[in-house]
Design a protein around this ligand. Structure first.
Ligand code: UD1
Length: 356
């Protein structure tokens, strides 16, 4: 029997990390066609991830980065529709909550090709976030919904979605187990930045709510500047743009660096005294690595990290951020909230069963 074809659509940094472990397993029983939308296109935002994850080059690259949300999503949608018409996959597989996710989901749904969504069911309940719109719409046109957490299953149930829902654990945990070993072997980031374990905090900021609002960004930079530690801050291109354009000042204890690859970010996280971030993936990685996380948002999709006591929501409130950094030191248990690191295998088994 010919192999069934899965068309995987990725485009942004975290999707390369999530897709890699799944693609490795899929290769054993499916033909996979890999589409890169081009949402992230700089070397440090895309190519380095393909190299580190040992992913083969994409079969299609759409070059659809930049522009407004509509321009970006529209361009992707048009190109993905053409690819689906020629490849005729048995399933389309999308990850997470980016514009690439939504474009892949809409193209598949309109072409009546079954859609599978990895990281289904996450909700911030904040519709001002572009990611929230992308998630909700993607889940509602998915046939298979692979949920990482109990909260995700409950969120879907509250929206009347129960069919096709599977709790498989989090593919980012699979990725972490695989990549951390390699990162420890290959990354030289601590040496090149002159860092000792526990002597610095790691900060990242890229969410539109923070990077499109000068007052919020200034508040974050002030808060980082007030901490009694060195802060390493890999700067996303959009964040860099705002800091430059608004002429925001950055305190001496904050070292701004170019975006770093996945191995480097894992090592920076593992050895930090604290992680301050608005990234969803890093909230989970912090938890899995046992590093406290101060989240620079008012809400999170990863509520269980907060409930477990390892993540604190501080928004951009300078006093809350400083107080948390100086006096909050979680040390409690870290239950296995994200499965057992075998999510990719579970996903592959379910796909095999469903596609036969
Ligand atoms: C996107 C996702 C977000 C995800 C994040 C991961 C959406 C709506 N947002 O946010 O959910 O958490 O990726 O990092 O899909 N840029 C470059 N070089 C690049 C990539 C982007 O200069 O390689 C510039 C773009 O031109 C754009 C800005 O950065 O002006 C934002 O990029 P975009 O992909 O639209 O959103 P992200 O903020 O990266």
């Amino acid at each position: 029997m010919p192999l069934k074809t899965i068309c995987t659509i990725v485009g942004a940094r975290p999707q390369f990390v999530k897709a890699a472990p799944v693609s490795r397993v899929l290769a054993t029983s499916f033909r996979e066609v890999l589409v890169h939308t081009g949402q992230h296109y700089d070397y440090g935002m895309s190519d380095v991830f393909f190299q580190e994850m040992e992913m083969r080059p994409p079969d299609f690259h759409l070059g659809a980065g930049g522009g407004t949300h509509a321009e970006q999503t529209g361009k992707m949608l048009i190109e993905i529709e053409k690819i689906l018409a020629s490849v005729k996959p048995d399933t389309v597989l999308v990850y997470g909550d980016t514009n690439s996710t939504l474009a892949g989901a809409l193209a598949a749904a309109k072409a009546q090709i079954p859609l599978a969504h990895v990281e289904a069911g996450l909700r911030s309940y904040n519709r001002a976030m572009p990611e929230e719109i992308n998630r909700v719409l993607t889940d509602h046109v998915s046939i298979l919904l692979f949920c990482p957490t109990a909260a995700a299953i409950e969120n879907l149930a509250n929206e009347g979605i129960a069919k096709g829902v599977h709790r498989v654990g989090d593919v980012m945990y699979d990725a972490l187990l695989h990549n951390l070993v390699l990162a420890r072997k290959h990354s030289i980031i601590l040496k090149s930045l002159g860092l000792e374990r526990g002597s610095y905090a790691l900060a990242t900021v890229h969410r539109a709510a923070n990077t499109d609002d000068t007052a919020r960004m200034a508040a974050i930079l002030n808060a980082l500047g007030s901490l009694s530690t060195r802060v390493v801050f890999p700067v996303h291109p959009r964040t860099h743009k705002l800091i430059q354009e608004a002429g925001l000042s950055v305190s001496n204890n904050v070292t701004m660096v170019e975006p770093v690859g996945h191995f480097d970010v894992l090592i920076l996280q593992e050895n930090a005294n604290c992680i301050l971030t608005d990234s969803g993936g890093m909230q989970k990685e912090a938890y899995l690595l046992g590093v406290r996380c101060i989240t620079l948002r008012e809400e999170t999709e990863w509520v269980e990290t907060v409930q477990a006591g390892w993540n604190m929501l501080a928004g951009v409130d300078g006093i809350a951020i400083r107080n948390a950094f100086e006096s909050w030191h979680p040390a409690g248990e870290r239950p296995a909230l994200y499965g057992n690191g075998q999510a990719a295998g579970e996903i592959c088994q379910i796909l095999s069963r469903e596609l036969l």
